[in-house]
Design a protein around this ligand. Structure first.
Ligand code: DGL
Length: 277
């Protein structure tokens, strides 16, 4: 196999603060079935959503260094918080193409809104960074953006309470002001929130379009790989591992969650010491 062909068949690196980025990996698996994936979930240091820019950037940089050792041909920052805080720095440091989840989500929301009122729900860090506002206002300064941090959504999803009266109650409290604000589009700006899609949809009503950045990110990755001539043309042959999973702690818990949301069973996730990178 030529060096060029080998590079085509290299995996895409996908990382997140933990299990949430699997919603992005799942979309990549659906939309780009020929691509191999190396996934890293920082399960030892999750959550990122309550940490500082410096810390999230330091963690993200270590993960990128690890993914480089896996010879990835492109990197997807599947975590909204890491995309908000670290992507700009990483873009300057990494040689392979790197994309985050925020810009694709912002573009999709702009395309969806009719009344130019867009809501964003995300972690505290993502909301405080103002990153969705920046991307959206750069394209259309006439759009009104209403952000709301929903910190309890992440633990609710990780506890498996995707459709539960407790989740309904908390979502009702978080989302009331967004319902009252008259938005017609809502960005699910955190990796975990697509799992709460039906709860959020029930509260927001039919008139509000929900944007899942995971879906848009997979589409952007597809375009990027095509543009750069990096797409893998065939599904890797038998004996080649299509997907590999690494975590910084608690591999069993990660595997259980992965098996509840992916359409096939993952056999193992390997623990690595991310501080070495
Ligand atoms: N992955 C994070 C995000 O999308 C949510 C979990 C966390 O706070 O680390 O922002």
């Amino acid at each position: 196999m030529s060096e060029q062909e080998e590079w085509h068949n290299s995996p895409v690196g996908v990382f997140d603060s933990g299990v949430g980025g699997l919603t992005v990996a799942r979309e990549i698996m659906r939309q780009l079935p020929n691509e191999r994936i190396v996934y890293f979930g920082d399960t030892a240091r999750v959550p990122y959503g309550s940490k500082s820019r410096e810390t999230v950037t330091k963690f993200s940089r270590q993960i990128v260094h690890f993914l480089e050792t896996q010879k990835v041909k492109a990197i997807v920052v599947a975590c909204n918080t890491a995309s908000a805080y670290a992507l700009e720095d990483l873009e300057k440091e990494v040689e392979v193409p790197i994309i985050g989840v925020v810009q694709p989500g912002a573009i999709a929301a702009l395309a969806a809104t009719r009344n130019k009122k867009i809501g964003v729900i995300a972690t505290e860090a993502t909301i405080n960074s103002g990153i969705y506002n920046r991307y959206i206002e750069k394209s259309d300064s006439g759009v009104k953006i209403i952000g709301k941090a929903c910190p309890l959504f992440v633990p609710l999803v990780e506890e498996g309470l995707w459709e539960d009266p407790v989740t309904d109650e908390i979502a009702g409290r978080y989302l009331t002001e967004l319902v009252d604000s008259g938005i017609d589009t809502l960005i699910l700006g955190c990796t975990h929130y697509p799992m709460l899609r039906s709860t959020v949809a029930k509260i927001m009503g039919n008139g509000v379009t929900l944007v899942n950045p995971a879906y848009e990110t997979a589409r952007e990755l597809k375009t990027l790989l095509l543009e750069k001539g990096l797409e893998s043309e065939h599904r890797p042959g038998l004996g080649t591992e299509l997907y590999r999973f690494f975590v910084s702690d608690a591999a069993d818990k990660f595997q259980r969650f992965a098996n509840s949301i992916l359409t096939y069973g993952i056999l193992s996730a390997k623990v690595i010491n991310i501080d070495e990178f």
